[in-house]
Design a protein around this ligand. Structure first.
Ligand SMILES: [Ca+2]
Ligand SMILES: [Ca+2]
Ligand SMILES: [Ca+2]
Ligand SMILES: [Ca+2]
Length: 185
């Protein structure tokens, strides 16, 4: 990584950093930054970006294919982070990085999104998705499609569209599940 292109911001103003087709290191400052490894590449699994948000409520923008190897690094109590997944997928597993609170999938296809220790808000797209907030009290929003929700806390909340027969909700009860409290909106 020593020769990789780098970008960094060290001020408290918001910073927007977008990389290129090479492997980039992008470091945010104390503000609410947007970090995007960017850049199309012919080898989808070659690029290895490292994105470090620092303090502030940072937004990470990842492509489900081209950012397969991207490393998102957030410290504990360094803001409320959102990771935004884009692109087309045929069943990608999207594991949220540590200390990132929110995930949004706005691409096409089916995904499985897996949260982390803190309370997460997980929003998937139009596909048939699986949403799993992991530990904590999570809010899971499946959007359109035939979605599965992993409910393993009494305070997990799932929000499913109710307009249309194709929109369904299901519970996969975890070992710690007592009385799942699901909310239909
Ligand atoms: Ca920041
Ligand atoms: Ca941050
Ligand atoms: Ca969906
Ligand atoms: Ca969680």
């Amino acid at each position: 990584m020593s020769s990789a292109p780098r970008a960094a911001a060290f001020r408290t103003t918001s910073f927007s950093g977008t990389g290129n087709e090479l492997s980039n290191l992008i470091v945010g400052g104390d503000g609410n930054d947007t970090l995007d490894g960017g850049g199309a590449t012919s080898d989808l699994y070659f690029r290895e970006d490292t994105l470090i948000g620092g303090d502030g409520d940072d937004l990470y923008r990842l492509d489900v294919e081209m950012d397969y190897n991207t490393i998102v690094t957030e410290g504990l109590d360094q803001g409320i982070e959102t990771v935004e997944y884009r692109g087309q997928t045929y069943g990608a597993n999207l594991d949220m990085a540590d200390n990132v609170e929110k995930a949004v999938f706005i691409g096409t296809g089916d995904v499985q999104i897996i949260g982390n220790i803190p309370d997460n808000m997980v929003t998937s797209g139009a596909g048939n998705d699986t949403l799993n907030g992991g530990d904590g009290n999570d809010t899971l929003i499946g959007g359109e499609g035939d979605n599965w929700y992993v409910i393993n806390s009494a305070d997990d909340v799932m929000i499913e569209l109710k307009d249309g027969e194709l929109h369904s909700r299901r519970l996969l009860s975890g070992a710690r599940c007592r009385r799942p409290r699901a909310r239909l909106r």
